[in-house]
Design a protein around this ligand. Sequence first.
Ligand SMILES: Cc1cc2nc3c(=O)[nH]c(=O)nc-3n(C[C@H](O)[C@H](O)[C@H](O)COP(=O)(O)OP(=O)(O)OC[C@H]3O[C@@H](n4cnc5c(N)ncnc54)[C@H](O)[C@@H]3O)c2cc1C
Length: 329
Amino acid sequence: MNPLLQPHQLNEIKKNLPGGVVENADLSEMSRWKIGGSADCLIRPSGTEDVARLVSYLTAQDIPFIVIGSTSNLLFADEGLRIPCIQIGDKMCDFRESDDTLWGQSGIWMPFFARKAAQNGFSGIEHTAGIPGTLGGLICMNGGSQRKGIGSHIETVTAVAPDGEIKEFSREECGFAYRTSVFQENGYIITEALLRFTERRPYQEIRDEMLEILISRRKKFPQKLPNCGSTFISNPQIYVKYGPPGKVIEDLGYKGFRKGDAVVSEEHANFINNEGNAKAADVLWLIRKIRKDVENKTGFEMKAEVKFIDQFGVIKPAHLVDDHVIADS
Ligand SMILES: Cc1cc2nc3c(=O)[nH]c(=O)nc-3n(C[C@H](O)[C@H](O)[C@H](O)COP(=O)(O)OP(=O)(O)OC[C@H]3O[C@@H](n4cnc5c(N)ncnc54)[C@H](O)[C@@H]3O)c2cc1C
């Protein structure tokens, strides 16, 4: 398999997706963390059929590819990205409401979608207020807050297999569990989702609850500098004795600790801010060091929530990255 796109293949993709291809996209500008080299080829499709045509072409040509949303949970390699990167975003953000359902394309901005649910009096996804990302990214991560996940309100997910086949997944088939789903493993691209709501409440009530969540997030989480939200997932064994990751890391004295321009936030120690020109290697170094110290103190391991993408598109939780990618001490 040749990971590099040949010029005739690039032209074929451009012909099929006019205006949907960006060459040499600077990941340190477009990614949420403002970290990463250049991506050779970023492709932004406009719907399920586009995605199906695109991936069946790439697979038939033996070209590997990856899918991203708004990058709010991703750390890109300093070397950038050599394989095509399919970004599901603002070209795929249609939505429709019915009496008790909300349907959306997966590129829809989640805070907007959650607001639409509230305006319809649909209760249940208030906990997603303020979570940056696309609907597809949130489904893939089964994201949420207050230990809830978006998965509990999913009726069906439409997704495209690597060979271009379009499949509708029931909620059970999505395999939702805490901060995970089958889409982290099966290679399908989520393109649409239908959410069903069994509980209704007055808009004002839902709005007030969401505002409260937003205010509390603004107080707790750093707002100004680029970061990827929580770096580590809470480990229940550590939680019982020592508290959530932010507290454990803070108690070890990490607030303000830095490697290059990657700095453990003063406001919340589970966040790593980019103070200017942080490198992926610096962030990975901090993650490794913090994990080691937490393990020494508690006897348990913390896993990273953030995912690292290497230049050939291999996506792994950031604590599983090979040593040679990590900065020297
Ligand atoms: C300040 C801040 C606060 C945050 N707070 C929270 C929080 O409270 N709770 C929480 O759960 N998360 C939180 N996050 C993490 C992040 O917002 C969520 O994980 C979000 O849902 C990711 O969406 P995304 O579109 O940015 O996906 P990306 O980060 O682009 O991708 C995440 C993963 O999903 C996959 N993916 C993306 N789109 C698709 C698709 N269409 N089909 C298949 N796979 C796809 C990618 O391959 C990748 O593995 C926070 C992040 C930040 C920066």
